[in-house]
Design a protein around this ligand. Structure first.
Ligand code: SF4
Length: 670
């Protein structure tokens, strides 16, 4: 393997070396009000736990010589029914029960109620929202229809309905409250996951073959936790208010249990004789709700950066339900038999808002042999990435492979159920991405992300997987791999993160590696190192590599064969040396002319005029004809534009050289 030197881990500022919690705490501790609110809530928790030790009297202990006492700090001289005012700091009720003791007793009920209500809301609402957002489609629409109906009904009506069925009591009341509030979690989680599922790190987890539940709960959930935490803290306050309201109306906790709401209800009838009795529970409710809301605001501000980072992309299970085309492709039978990966006549469609399907890929065929690199090149919008997504079954929703076949070795992936595809992704076919840091989960350490595929696909236990992952980091030349296993993706430079991506892709010994513009986001020096690394690994492991790029210079360096794509079609393919030295399609020729070394000093670099047309507006006939200098009328009137062998004179130019240009034999490619 070539030695790599310059891509050393960079010294990171101290802020960047903090863990996620460290960064959160650094921001949170600057918010004094939120700290006060947190301390107040911790105090309430302490009171709830040590309630029995803190109560000077039991909740029902009556002192008939001390009824209607005002608080001990007030003047009780004219309250002739109160003989021991100094024992009752917050006064007594009509039975001489100590208001302070009952307030402390009610603290635990209020805390229990809020915990129960929020836990039920979360347990019911969160999985529904996560699944609806991740799966999408009809399931999402059906679930959100039900959620919207519940959300639109007055919550108190639903709560009364549930309590009428289940009966009074704290647990039943909180089940009712939890069901009503679960819609808040569902809607929030679904909205965030809709965006999050489009993130590159989710693609990374999918192509690692991780099952849907692992991706949702171990990869997506940690990244959407911040807004959910904020929502949770706000709901704690809401539940305390609702419990107090239900108890006030007589449908919450039993009469014998002095919750704060129940104490408020009881004090109503004593407003004329001892109005102070309503103040302690009222203030306790108000302060607790305020504390939860202030804490929620503080958490939102402290987690704010993470919340706003939640923008992302969807990967639906590409259904791979195809009507496999019977049309023969240009790939010969020997190649077809021995290929590590082969796509034949692949068509990908997306439904459009107007109801017609838009065809994104048309009749795309290519194959890569074991130990070989196939370079796929073309401008943005040519369909390069979509073709490899089709081969991995990760076409973004709602698109699907509508025709053609994909084979991985001897296994046909066409029509294979998602559960079986999951067993192949990451194990037999793996992928590395253009943006190395974005393709790693920011909430998990590099070590955690590396061991998951190995535990799933290779059945290794955690220690074995950890050791192997450390070896892999060493193999991709990451210095101090033991230490770096515990670091987060943001602590890696772009080149180092791409090495992690390569280590993850190779962790389960795949036979095919798809590299989707793996060097585009890197500087030239690091680009060269990553290319050298891939070539060395290919030599050692016998990998078949599909290398996507828009850079013909990179293709010349890494590829054995090339497929040039334009507007969703392969327009020229063959041995890389043959195609680059003897291009036989005007588009390939034009791409080559844009390379910097074709430029003349002092003159602007040539460009291909115009843009790749969008799939909704593909020209008829040859899709390149509006930009082609050699176009004639025939080019746009429906001539046969399938790939045909290239001939020079009467000789086949190369066994593998094909072009889709109908004027290939007439044009002087100079
Ligand atoms: S078919 Fe016609 S328009 Fe298309 S590349 Fe060939 S010459 Fe140009």
């Amino acid at each position: 393997m070539a030695a790599l030197s310059s891509d050393k881990p960079q010294d990171q500022p101290k802020e960047k070396t903090l863990s996620s919690f460290g960064r959160f705490w650094q921001r949170f501790r600057k918010q004094r009000l939120a700290i006060v609110a947190l301390l107040f809530l911790l105090l309430l928790s302490f009171v709830s736990i040590f309630r029995d030790q803190l109560m000077p009297f039991t909740k029902d202990q009556a002192d008939f010589f001390s009824t209607f006492c005002q608080p001990s700090f007030a003047d009780n001289s004219d309250v002739f029914t109160c003989q021991n005012p100094e024992e009752h700091i917050l006064g007594t009720d009509e039975l001489g029960r100590d208001a302070y003791s009952r307030l402390i007793y009610g603290t635990r009920i209020s805390m229990q109620a809020s915990l129960l209500g929020v836990a039920i809301a979360m347990i019911v609402g969160l999985p529904i929202g996560l699944l609806a957002g991740f799966i999408g489609g009809r399931f999402d629409r059906a679930v959100m229809w039900i959620v919207d109906i519940i959300f639109s009904l007055p919550g108190i009506l639903i709560a009364f309905g549930v309590i009428a069925v289940l009966g009074n009591g704290l647990l039943n009341a909180m089940i009712a409250v939890g069901i009503v509030l679960s819609t808040r979690f569902s809607r929030l989680a679904r909205g965030i996951v809709l965006a999050e599922r489009e993130e590159l790190y989710v693609d990374g987890a999918r192509v690692g073959g991780l099952p849907t539940r692992t991706i949702i709960f171990k990869h997506i959930l940690p990244n959407i936790a911040p807004p959910l935490i904020v929502q949770t803290s706000l709901l704690f306050g809401a539940v305390i208010l609702i419990e107090a309201g239900l108890s006030f109306l007589g449908v919450g906790v039993p009469v014998s249990e002095p919750s704060w709401g129940r104490m408020l209800a009881d004090s109503r009838s004593l407003l004329s004789t001892n109005p102070f009795l309503s103040i302690p529970p009222g203030v306790a409710i108000a302060l607790t709700v305020l504390a939860w809301n202030v804490l929620g605001d503080g958490l939102r501000d402290a987690l704010g950066r993470d919340i706003t980072n939640n923008q992302l992309t969807t990967v639906n299970s590409s259904k791979q339900e195809t009507t496999a085309s019977k049309k023969p492709s240009h790939i010969d039978s020997r190649t077809a038999r021995n290929a590590a990966l082969i796509l034949e006549n692949i068509e990908v469609r997306f439904p459009s808002p107007r109801g017609e399907d838009v065809v994104i890929l048309n009749n795309v065929s290519y194959a890569v042999m074991p130990g070989e690199t196939l370079g796929i090149v073309g401008e943005s919008g040519s369909g390069k990435s979509m073709s490899v997504m089709a081969s991995m079954g990760i076409i973004p929703s709602p698109g699907q492979v509508s025709a053609g076949t994909v084979r991985l070795g001897q296994k046909s992936l066409t029509g294979m159920p998602e559960s079986e595809l999951e067993t192949l992704r990451g194990k037999e076919i793996a992928m590395i991405f253009q943006e190395p840091i974005a393709s790693l989960n920011p909430a998990l350490t590099v070590g955690q992300q590396l061991i998951q595929p190995m535990q799933k696909h290779l059945g290794l236990n955690k220690t074995e997987a950890w050791d192997r992952a450390t070896d892999l980091l060493r193999q991709v030349r990451i210095p101090e791999p033991e230490r770096r296993m515990d670091e987060y993706p943001h602590q890696f430079s772009g080149g180092m993160a791409q090495r992690v991506g390569i280590a993850r892709a190779l962790s389960c010994n795949p036979s095919v590696l798809i590299a989707d513009e793996p060097t585009t986001a890197l500087d030239v020096t690091v680009q060269g190192q990553i290319i050298d690394l891939l070539k060395d690994l290919q030599k050692d492991l016998g990998l078949a590599i599909v290398f996507i790029t828009h850079d013909l210079g990179v293709i010349a360096e890494v590829a054995d064969r090339i497929a040039v794509m334009y507007a969703g079609e392969v327009i020229e393919t063959g041995d890389v040396h043959t195609v680059l030295t003897n291009p036989r399609h005007p588009y390939t020729k034009a791409l080559l002319e844009t390379l910097p070394h074709h430029g003349v000093s002092g003159q602007r670099l040539p460009v291909i005029e115009g843009l790749v047309p969008p799939p909704t507006n593909w020209p008829t006939g040859c899709r390149f004809h509006p930009r082609c200098h050699f176009a004639t009328e025939t080019c746009s009137n429906g001539a046969d534009l399938s790939l045909k062998p290239v001939q020079t004179g009467t000789k086949l130019d190369d066994r593998d050289h094909y072009s889709a240009c109908i004027r290939v034999e007439e044009i002087d490619f100079g």
